[in-house]
Design a protein around this ligand. Structure first.
Ligand code: NAD
Length: 255
């Protein structure tokens, strides 16, 4: 198994991409800590699913915008499994607002959930990694919009762009400790965050037409790459972004 005995924390782990990561990591032998803020019943059901398949998972209710909660989250993993090997900053939100109509509250919330939490989560994880003797991995679920404008979703794009520079800079700073940091940039993935798009056949038709592979990704296709990056098979990758987008960032050739 690719992740046998690794202690892995997943933020926003009880839905969408986070849930798929929990299931894929546990299936590869990881000891998983599932962070969540809402729907504790979904976390309970997910833990039961992991355990029924012979895996190990614990849950922790932690709001990642709060430094004290981030500490609680790391502590839960260390208490449950004796150490921390991988932090996956997955939780994220968007407001679908433009520059002209984004409020201060919208902006602050998106930045706090998407970027500030990745910054201070990375800091807390790196401190734990160093206390353990070095090594370790921080993975951020960023987005193609870390680099590719999405008009009408500007705070989201700014937050993901910040994640990109966080990973490049912290990845360089942490290299001396053997700590790696990598962003994953998905394109469109079928999860609750895209519920309104998926409910609109016209929007879906336009989206599928813009994707060279002709469809959204499934969450499990993102989780498979997470498993690879967290395994011993990606040990020379750091301070960079892995794009998983079905080709969408290359533009709509032929339209
Ligand atoms: N679905 C896509 O098309 C897509 C594309 C690119 C990137 N992403 C990114 O993938 C990540 C996961 O999103 P998803 O698509 O699975 O959507 P989702 O809505 O299912 O997952 C987001 C999770 O974040 C959690 N969360 C929100 N605020 C939180 C807080 N303060 N503390 C802890 N958890 C919090 C939510 O409860 C939820 O579980 C996000 O960072 C998103 O930006 C998604």
């Amino acid at each position: 198994m690719l992740l046998q005995g690794k202690s892995i924390v997943v933020t926003g782990g009880n839905s969408g991409i986070g849930e798929a990561i929990v299931l894929a990591a546990a299936a590869e032998g990881a000891n998983v800590t599932i962070d969540y803020v809402t729907h504790p019943e979904e976390t309970t059901a997910l833990i039961a699913e992991v355990e029924a398949a012979g895996g190990h998972a614990v849950g922790v209710q932690a709001d990642i915008t709060q430094a004290a909660d981030l500490q609680k989250m790391m502590q839960t993993a260390v208490e449950a499994y004796g150490r921390l090997d991988v932090l996956i900053n997955n939780a994220g939100i968007e407001t679908r607002t433009s520059l002209l109509d984004t409020t201060e509250a919208d902006f602050d919330t998106v930045m706090a959930v998407n970027m500030r939490s990745a910054f201070f989560g990375a800091q807390a994880a790196a401190r734990q990694f160093i206390a353990q003797g070095g090594g370790g991995l921080i993975l951020n679920i960023s987005s193609v919009h870390e680099d590719w404008p999405m008009p009408g979703n500007i705070a989201y794009c700014v937050s993901k762009g910040g994640m990109r520079m966080l990973t490049r800079t912290a990845g360089v700073e942490l290299g001396a400790h053997g700590i790696r940091m990598v962003n994953i940039a998905p394109g469109a993935v079928s999860t609750p965050i895209n519920a309104s798009t998926e409910a609109d056949p016209a929007k879906m038709k336009a989206l599928d037409a813009a994707i060279p592979l002709g469809r959204m990704a499934q969450s499990s296709e993102i989780a498979d790459v997470v498993v690879f990056l967290a395994s011993g098979k990606a040990g020379y990758m750091t301070a960079t972004t892995v794009v998983i987008d079905g080709g969408i960032m290359q533009g709509s050739v032929g339209l």
